[in-house]
Design a protein around this ligand. Structure first.
Ligand code: HEM
Length: 301
């Protein structure tokens, strides 16, 4: 996996303009300190300490998905929200979400093949013909196109629904395993039409976040979707049926800006006692890809 991760990061560097010191994906973003308050409703499913009723300190980074930080906000319709919880025993654990309920590649090999086909996304100009032929070759990736309405850019970082996409297992006191998916829900969901988003100057999402923080608080709810037997746990290209039960397990309030977060890596496989990663190969591959990106950008800065 590590070799393939290195090859994939090399491929991303070849295809995109990535200035020295930047993340190899989600390069441009803005970071805050935050406070997470658990409702206690997850206690029956997990012994994870930050999900027992009470407060935990956290860091949050919002981002535009492009590896090129100079792409406009419109060119990166998928936005990211990465949260790192600071647990009372000094350890950390992460939830990394994007404004799409599914990912376009089922396996690391397919992801790498797809990136390999793309000749260049430099200067922010993807080749539409190349993209079209990719979707013909990888039909499961077409699900993202069918889902395009759900992938419209939010009108602000604060109005997006952020899905962690992969399945995780909650483990309770009795050792029972419950498959779950995380979703960060904003106070108000609002999207922008592709025409409106094109008019936005670069950095307008970050400026909007500053304005909203100056006006008052920014909050998100953390929901988990509870999986049922036979719901797929290893495939990030499919959603679970819409009627699955949802539970609100906490809320997050941003407190103040925290530029220092640029140094940390939000590895989605960094879990804690009471939570396990699923067998999803993309999830486990991300551990290696993020470490390599982190090592390279730290050496450069
Ligand atoms: C093959 C699959 C993937 C690869 C190779 C990949 C690669 C990367 C890399 C290299 C970074 C920068 C890491 C760093 O330097 O700290 C990153 C960041 C990020 N990725 Fe992925 N990614 C993949 C899938 C996903 C998926 C499925 C999601 C959806 C939840 C996602 C969401 C994010 C977010 C939100 C960030 C920014 C985190 C931050 O703010 O530091 N990625 N990705």
């Amino acid at each position: 996996m590590e070799q393939l991760a290195k090859k994939t990061i090399d491929q991303i560097e070849k295809v995109f303009d990535i200035p020295s010191g930047y993340r190899r994906a989600h390069a441009r973003g803005k970071s805050y300190k935050a406070k997470f308050t658990a409702t206690g409703s997850a206690e029956q499913f997990t012994i994870a300490s930050h999900f027992q009723k009470g407060e935990t300190r956290a860091f949050v980074r919002f981002s535009h998905f492009s590896p090129d930080p100079m792409w406009t906000d419109a060119m990166s319709p998928v936005k990211g929200m990465a949260v790192q919880f600071h647990l009372s025993d000094g350890r950390t654990t992460n939830i990394v979400g994007v404004t799409s309920p599914i990912f376009f590649a089922k396996t690391p090999e397919i992801f790498s093949e797809m990136i390999g086909v793309v000749k260049s996304f430099k200067k922010g100009k993807p080749n539409l013909k190349e993209l079209g032929s990719l979707l013909m070759d990888y039909p499961e990736s077409g699900a993202m196109i069918k889902n395009i309405r759900k992938m419209q850019a939010p009108s602000s970082f604060t109005t997006g629904q952020y899905h962690a996409i992969h399945v995780f297992y909650f483990i309770n006191q009795q050792g029972q395993r419950q498959p779950i998916k995380y979703v960060w829900e904003p106070e108000t969901v609002a999207t922008l039409s592709p025409l409106d988003v094109v008019k936005l100057p670069i950095g307008s999402f970050e400026a909007d976040l500053e304005d909203r923080m100056a006006e008052g608080s920014v909050n998100f709810r953390l929901d988990v979707i509870l999986g049922q037997p036979n719901d797929p746990t290893d495939d990030p290209t499919v959603e679970w049926p819409q009627d699955r039960e949802r539970l609100t397990i906490g809320s997050l309030t941003l407190t103040e800006e925290a530029a220092e977060i640029d140094k940390i890596v939000f590895d989605p496989t960094c879990v804690t006692q009471g939570i396990e990663c699923s067998e999803d190969r993309i999830l486990n591959f991300r551990h290696h890809a993020y470490q390599i990106s982190h090592q390279r950008r730290m050496l450069e800065s």
